[in-house]
Design a protein around this ligand. Structure first.
Ligand SMILES: NC(=O)c1ccc[n+]([C@@H]2O[C@H](COP(=O)([O-])OP(=O)(O)OC[C@H]3O[C@@H](n4cnc5c(N)ncnc54)[C@H](O)[C@@H]3O)[C@@H](O)[C@H]2O)c1
Length: 383
């Protein structure tokens, strides 16, 4: 077995996602398992080059994880021919410029979503990547969640018959930051800094709906700012200028209707932070992050509406659990592995910058729908 070192410039690794999910749970976890076996006698050894703005934070991070390469000079890192891949987990507003540079330097690009702050820019990045002939990918981690993998299994075996509707409920209470620290960064609540729940979550809903049920054909959304004032990381009050909740209806190819609530201003009375209920002619299912329950039409109870009497059914107990039947790795790591196989073993991969642009498009049209108070068609992207 030959070991091949691959250098990956990782920008934004001091942040929440960059550090926890991408550096620790993905790249360092791959190193802990001895690298990535490509199946052709080669083992890839990912060597991260930490990139960021704050020297002390990078040095501290590198030391903590026993890493030796870090830099505050993105241009110099991109000019290094030993660096193969550029990865971006910066704040969304900083992403476009950095990816543009990485593509100009001929690097393969892997990035967090949303790939840019506007659809025009996201599409432009995708076209530049295609023209540069490099490999490119966008994080679509929800597809790799155990709950959604089990749901996909049900779709693939035809369990649902005709799928009629999808109901998604996503959210939790994000503290305002005054008497308890907020658990999300403050830029998420400022539109001028690339924040907002539509921009954050609609890219996820686009690929989840598209891959499991059908392309989104139209969107109707109401985006609102329920909590107008919050407190930032330094305890200073600021105006929340971005939407913190969005109520969306999506028509899908194939005729199903999806309705998804996304909110950072809701308290959880669910089993998981996100849940999707799918109803079909032959059966229904409810999937969360990890679990997925289903009910076949033959096992469907026949409740009769009578508010004068207490409920006679224990509805939740009438569902069956989809078994694991396999081991589920961290979703971010699973997608990293597929991307690395795509780059170094030419394995197929379709979660690219064009797919990422579709997500940005849906967010943009969702916000327009909300501003104009109407349903908007989502045109197919022309490459
Ligand atoms: N896939 C997912 O489920 C998921 C979840 C949350 C966030 N994200 C995405 O990941 C990206 C990072 O989000 P996060 O929650 O980790 O944010 P964060 O604020 O915790 O981290 C942002 C990172 O960007 C860096 N940065 C670069 N330029 C900056 C600037 N001008 N101002 C402030 N920070 C700057 C910061 O130093 C930090 O390393 C976003 O694009 C977000 O949409 C994805």
């Amino acid at each position: 077995m030959t070991r091949e070192t691959v250098r990956i410039a990782m920008n934004g690794v001091t942040g929440r996602m960059g550090h926890r999910q991408h550096l620790v749970r993905s790249i360092l976890a791959l190193r802990e398992q001895g690298g990535l076996d490509l199946g052709d006698g080669t083992r890839l050894w990912p060597e991260p080059v930490l990139v960021g703005r704050r020297e002390h934070a990078l040095r501290e991070l590198a030391e903590r994880h026993g890493l030796t390469h870090w830099s505050t000079d993105l241009d110099a890192v991109l000019a290094d021919p030993a660096v193969d891949i550029y990865f971006d987990a910066q704040v969304t507003s900083a992403r476009e410029e950095a990816i543009r540079k990485a593509l100009a330097a001929g690097k393969h690009v892997y990035t967090e979503k949303p790939s840019a702050t506007s659809f025009a820019a996201a599409l432009d990045l995708a076209r530049r990547a295609r023209d540069a002939g490099v490999k490119h990918g966008v994080v679509q981690d929800k597809l790799f969640l155990p709950g959604l993998r089990k749901l996909k299994r049900l779709v693939d075996c035809g369990f649902f018959g005709q799928i009629l509707s999808v109901r998604g409920e996503f959210g939790y209470w994000v503290f305002e930051g005054d008497w308890q620290e907020a658990q999300r960064p403050s830029w998420n609540y400022r539109a001028e800094d690339g924040g907002g729940i539509v921009v954050d979550m609609f890219p996820h809903w686009e690929y989840v709906l598209h891959e499991l049920f059908g392309r989104v054909r139209s969107v109707q959304a109401l985006a609102v700012t329920h909590v107008p004032q919050r407190w930032d990381e330094r305890g200073k009050p600021y105006d929340a200028t971005a939407d913190d909740a969005a109520y969306g209806v999506f028509e899908l190819d194939g005729g199903a209707v999806a309705q998804i609530n996304s909110s950072w201003t809701v308290r959880v009375h669910r089993d998981e932070l996100v849940e999707f209920q799918v109803d079909g002619t032959e059966g229904s299912a409810v999937a969360g992050l990890r679990g997925c329950r289903f009910q076949h039409r033959a096992a469907t109870p026949k409740p009769v509406w009578n508010p004068d009497l207490p409920a006679t059914h224990s509805f939740r107990d009438q569902w069956q659990e989809v078994p694991d039947n396999e081991e589920f790795d961290n979703g971010f790591k699973a997608q990293w592995e597929l991307f690395l196989r795509h780059v170094y073993a030419d394995a197929p991969y379709h979660w690219d910058l064009f797919a990422g642009a579709r997500g940005v498009q849906l967010a943009e049209l969702g916000l327009r729908s909300s501003a104009e108070g109407r349903r908007i068609d989502v045109p197919e992207i022309t490459l």
